[in-house]
Each structure stands twice: as structure tokens, then as C-alpha cells.
Design a protein around this ligand. Structure first.
Ligand code: TXA
Ligand code: MG
Length: 314
């Protein structure tokens, strides 16, 4: 059962405690309800994808209480500082270069060298971030493919029994997601949202380029900067050929060099995926052979990422 918590000191303390244990808590922001998990915990972030039934590991927005906390996670140049000063707290998300020292789970950024950050204005989101004391990864709190929730009842309709709790903070005022501004290269509008592009342009002092497709940003595997293993990758390998590095899954892969989950737990496998791909790439002298992963639940997102890793390179 998913608990409904009140936005009181007691409710917020319970929510912060759940989040510290790697559990998921949905909370109100001024845009839509977010499905929060500790952005530093591989298991918590894997659970977000599992709860939403997302078929791929899109990068998630990391929520912070203020600009000072955001500066610990990403690199802010003068322009980023200016946009943050003008629009935070509020419905603007900035995509910035990730600090290597940030210690986020690589699942949050889909292993990209950039990160999306947002400082929400909603008093309950602010209070939760301060009680919790760390960065919260939070996509909209709905099942993948469904509309974003703007009331606690909407969250429950989709995610009851899939998450630990929801904080009921009433109706979200903005009702659509935050505007996403990419600042890793020339400024680009990655997603229209709660702050009109014109307001951003007035602050920037020049017109913004649109992303090629706003609602579907380049999937992580298609981004040039995305990490791809050096070694060749062979999928659905029941056993390795001589000289191959074996990235196993499940009890049948007891002799694997690394095992994504010896018990066959897909949430654990997702939590380990990016770490193990890197380790396999460092250690492999030939091809990386990967055990079959069931095409269900998080297995779909894992297989999507593995197929990208195995795709021919140009
Ligand atoms: O209003 C909102 O922003 C809501 C509330 C809960 O805060 N959150 C939200 O988060 O919409 P989420 O995780 O669903 O947004 C993910 C989107 C991705 O689809 C992508 O467009 C963008 O954020 N994104 C995240 N990281 C990125 C990155 N490193 N580079 C480019 N785009 C990124
Ligand atoms: Mg969404």
C-alpha cells in the first residue's frame, strides 16, 4: 500500500526517512507531482524506472533546494548563473556539465556527462528537499505514457502499491512540466514548459534555437557524447566463447566475470548496469558477452541500453 502523507513536519520527516532508505516518495511541485528518489542511490533510481514502467533509461531531472546545492552537482558559467538567479526557484530546468565529484548514480544522467537541474518553488518540495538533505531525482509521478499528475489522487491512480508514499500538497499551480534549457553548448530550448521561451530570451538577450524535437530529445544512446563501450558487445550469450569477458545475469551465470544480478533481480541489474559496463570495458581483452535478460519490466530498459552498446559503430 502506498501511504498518503500530509505536508506537515511529521509527514515530511517520514518522507525523508523513506527516501534515505532508498524508497520512492511522490511529492508536489509547482509544475506537476514528481516521483522522488535519492539521486545518489543506484537502487532508488532503478526503482523509479521500474515504478514508471519506462522502457528506456532517459536521463532524469535532479531537484535541489537552492543554487548553492546545485553548484555542487554541475558547473555554472556566467550565463547559467544569470538564468538561475532570474528563474530559480521556479519551473526552469538547466542542463549543465556534470561535476565528476557530484557522485550521482549514473542512471540519473543515463551516463551522460551533463545533468538536468531544477530548484522547485513549491513550499512542500522545498521543505522535503531540506528535510532530506540531498539531491532528488524526480520525473513526473505517472506511469510511462500516461498524463502527468497534478493532484495526489492522480499519482495514486497510477502508482498505488508501486511506491512507498505520496505527499498530498493539493493541486499543482502550473500544471505542465518545467521548461528545459540546454546550456552545455549554445543555449537551446530542449522542452517548452512552465516558463515561456520569450521570458528566457528576454533574460538571455537573444533568440533561442529549438531542439530538433522537443518532446523527444535525442535518446541518450544517440547523443554523440554518450558513453559507448570500446569493446564489441555480444548479446544473448548463454555462455562466453574463449577469450570473451562474460557479463552475466541470474543463477545460470555463476561463472561470469561480473554478474548484473546473481538472483535474477531486474532492479538490481539496472542499478549495476552502467557501473558494470564500464568495468567490463576496462577489463575485457576481447568481446563482452552478455547473458540474456528477460524482456519484461526493467529488462526492457536494460535490453534497450545493451542493444545500443552492441550496435555497430561508425
Ligand atoms: O516539471 C518538471 O520538470 C517535472 C517535475 C516533477 O519537476 N519533472 C520532470 O522530470 O519532468 P523528467 O525527469 O521527466 O524530465 C526528464 C527530461 C528528459 O526527457 C530530457 O528531456 C531532459 O529532462 N533531460 C534530463 N537530463 C538531460 C540531459 N543530461 N541532457 C538533455 N536533456 C536532459
Ligand atoms: Mg513525464
Amino acid at each position: 500500500m502506498t501511504k498518503t502523507l500530509a505536508p506537515t513536519p511529521e509527514g515530511l520527516a517520514s518522507a525523508a526517512h523513506l527516501l534515505s532508505s532508498g524508497e520512492l516518495v511522490a511529492f508536489p511541485t509547482e509544475t506537476v507531482y514528481g516521483l522522488g528518489g535519492d539521486a545518489r542511490s543506484d537502487i532508488a533510481v532503478a526503482r523509479i524506472f521500474d515504478a514508471k514502467g519506462r522502457p528506456r533509461f532517459n536521463p532524469l531531472i535532479v531537484h535541489l533546494p537552492d543554487l548553492a546545492a546545485a553548484r555542487d552537482i554541475a558547473l555554472f558559467d556566467d550565463l547559467a548563473e544569470r538564468m538561475a538567479a532570474a528563474f530559480w526557484p521556479g519551473p526552469l530546468t538547466l542542463v549543465l556539465p556534470l561535476r565528476p565529484s557530484a557522485r550521482l548514480s549514473p542512471l540519473v544522467t543515463a551516463d551522460l556527462p551533463s545533468v538536468a537541474l531544477r530548484v522547485p518553488e513549491h513550499p512542500t518540495a522545498q521543505a522535503l528537499l531540506r528535510h532530506f538533505g540531498g539531491p532528488l531525482a524526480a520525473p513526473s509521478a505517472n506511469l510511462s505514457g500516461k498524463v502527468s499528475p497534478t493532484r495526489a489522487e492522480h499519482v495514486m491512480a497510477g502508482l498505488n502499491r508501486r511506491i512507498a508514499a505520496v505527499i498530498d500538497g493539493g493541486t499543482c499551480a502550473v500544471g505542465i512540466e518545467s521548461t528545459i534549457l540546454g546550456l552545455t553548448e549554445d543555449p537551446v530550448l530542449l522542452r517548452p514548459g512552465g516558463i515561456p521561451a520569450e521570458a528566457l530570451e528576454a533574460c538571455l538577450g537573444f533568440p533561442l534555437a529549438d531542439a530538433p524535437n522537443c518532446e523527444r530529445p535525442a535518446a541518450p544512446g544517440q547523443l554523440a557524447s554518450h558513453y559507448a563501450p570500446r569493446a564489441a558487445v555480444r548479446l544473448n550469450a548463454a555462455a562466453p566463447e574463449p577469450g570473451e569477458f562474460w557479463l552475466g545475469f541470474g543463477a545460470g551465470a555463476r561463472d561470469a566475470d561480473l554478474n548484473l544480478s546473481p538472483t535474477g533481480d531486474l532492479v538490481a541489474a539496472a542499478a549495476n548496469l552502467f557501473h558494470y559496463l564500464r568495468q567490463a570495458d576496462d577489463r575485457a581483452t576481447g568481446c563482452i558477452a552478455v547473458s540474456p535478460i528477460p524482456e519484461k519490466g526493467l529488462g526492457r530498459a536494460i535490453n534497450d541500453r545493451l542493444r545500443r552498446a552492441a550496435a555497430p559503430r561508425s
